[in-house]
Design a protein around this ligand. Structure first.
Ligand code: SF4
Ligand code: SF4
Length: 232
């Protein structure tokens, strides 16, 4: 995370350390927050609409605003999505340099003090909201999510790519099968539960194949399904 202290130009002396938010918007532009169980009411009361949330499955690449790095998520996250293909939080109003849901912003946003990260670091990774908190593990849809996660956990693409030059085509074929079975399972769920695209992405996360290109794979859609190649 950046050092937010300021120094007077010229004389090298340090002006008093920051003690309050200057509303610069940097934290909002770095990415929407992960949601915590304390945020559940914001969703059920409609302040944070369902379509503004994305699911990051365990193992998917994600930006960690606390460490400012990108890497595989250690756990499932529900996050406020980005805006127009950027990391910038959907609720950040760049023109106004402000949050459009300020009075109802999530816990992580209320906790973050960029000048004193102790509290946000304590919160990081704790009491995270999950899809099952919203759906219920005993519902038919909840059981379907559990089944999907068990059958198609997000593969460790970083580890796979790191050793791919030594791996046979058999492993590539296995990945291809997983990618296609993941899509078939989703298509079945869309039919059974009449899901919109936004609902499918929320409940099942992004399809595995959509992340492969970031790891050097070429994707081809054919009449018999997705074909993948490793470009390196
Ligand atoms: S908390 Fe966010 S908006 Fe406030 S000063 Fe820090 S980076 Fe800027
Ligand atoms: S919800 Fe509001 S405060 Fe939180 S990151 Fe988004 S714009 Fe910033």
């Amino acid at each position: 995370m950046a050092d937010y202290r300021e120094y007077k130009p010229g004389d090298g002396s340090q002006i008093p350390a920051q003690t309050e938010c200057r509303q610069c918007g940097i934290c909002c532009e770095k990415g929407g927050p992960a949601l915590h169980t304390q945020d559940l009411l914001l969703i059920t009361d409609g302040f944070v609409p369902f379509k503004s949330i994305i699911t990051i499955r365990r193992g998917e690449s994600v930006h960690d605003p606390v460490t400012d790095t990108i890497g595989p998520s250690k756990t499932e996250l529900l996050k406020i999505s980005g805006s127009n293909g950027t990391w910038s939080c959907l609720f950040y109003d760049k023109g106004q340099k402000g949050c459009s849901i300020y009075a109802h912003r999530p816990l992580a946003c209320r906790t973050l003090k960029c000048w004193d990260t102790g509290e946000i670091l304590k919160l990081s990774g704790r009491d995270l909201l999950s899809r099952l908190d919203l759906v219920g593990a005993e519902t038919l849809l909840g059981k379907r999510l559990i089944e999907h996660e068990a059958l198609f956990p997000f593969p460790d693409l970083k580890a796979l790519v790191g050793s791919l030059s030594h791996i046979s085509k058999k492993v590539l074929k296995k990945l291809e099968r997983t990618v296609n079975n993941d899509l078939d399972h989703r298509a079945g769920s869309v039919d059974v539960f009449h899901l919109s695209v936004a609902q499918e992405l929320f409940y099942f996360g992004r399809p595995i194949f959509q992340q492969l290109e970031h790891f050097g794979f070429a994707i081809r859609e054919t009449a018999t399904g997705i074909k993948i190649k490793f470009k390196g």
